[in-house]
Design a protein around this ligand. Sequence first.
Ligand code: KIV
Length: 384
Amino acid sequence: MNDKITILDTTLRDGEQSAGVNFTQSDKLEIARALEAMRIDVIEAGFPAASAAEFANVKAVAKDVRGAAICALSRAVAEDVDAAGEALKGAASPRIHIFLNASDMQLEHQLRKKREDVRALADAMVRRARNYVADVEFSAMDATRADPDFLAEIVRTAIAAGAGTINLPDTVGYVLPHQLHAMMVDLRSRVPELDGVCMSFHGQDDLGLSTANTIEAVRAGARQVELTVNGIGERAGNTALEEVVVALTLHGPSLGVRVDVDTTKISALSQLVAERSGMPVAPNKALVGRNAFRHASGIHQNGVIKKRETFEWIDPKMVGNTRGTEIVLGKLSGRAGFLARVHALGLKLTASKEEETFARFQELADRQRVVEDAEVRAICLQGA
Ligand code: KIV
């Protein structure tokens, strides 16, 4: 039986850390319900200690959404842990997620604490969180830039204090896939206790490598991955949920893993998050971009018309794309694409008219970005 990968969606927490995004309570509820409907395992709803409104938002999601675990973020600070515990009181499956810097860069220059103090804090705050909930996640922030000895120490401490999930974030999007793999293998050999808990990965996309890193983390034994819809998040964003979920759905069996997510809800969710966040999706964004299933070049169009899988191996229906495969007519289109559209529009061209009509199409296509159906119709009727 393939191992199940737990999907933690953090659109409502780390996704909201995108510059300029501010989800209202109704946004959070709407997005959380959509995530629940697609069977996301854990929804990170927010950071209750951040503000009174954020506390109320997490509380509202915790009460409303019963089909997923609801997670609240907390610094390793007693007041934060208490706020998270209180906000989650109504949840069916509550989780507190405590994070602490692990790299010397962040310990010295941001947190300004010594390693021994950080270790003591990890121990005390995980134990404090366990007084509220059975399910505690611990993140060793900036794990990929941390000293391996200290990383092992802090992870060991968090597990001993009762953390059931150990998350290893690539906080600044620094690591390369093979380095991450080596880091995880090394950490598992230093901390055999990791075998008794869930190892998790959280990738940022500063180098555009977060999806590749997340898949590599799974190959190295991670059994939880942390994602956001459309990859929204700090700076260049987080790891895109749609990319990892579809990649693991399609390639999971060859990796010995499975995900249990309804992928047909992905397109609608992507649009919802784009609207509520005010962050439009780039046309070339994998799976959810406007161009993800559109074909512009003649060679590709020719192949797709004969058999879709020649240049489009993922079925648009898989992600709930209602437009389906599209042939976009333009200057790179060939005769096959043009004639397919002529037929689709219910028009007929005699063999003698085909040549001159296609020449008229090419002449127009050279002058503009896209040739629309009305223009194809006009071109065909011109010579009739
Ligand atoms: O990027 C990061 O390291 C985080 C942690 C709190 C998981 O968001």
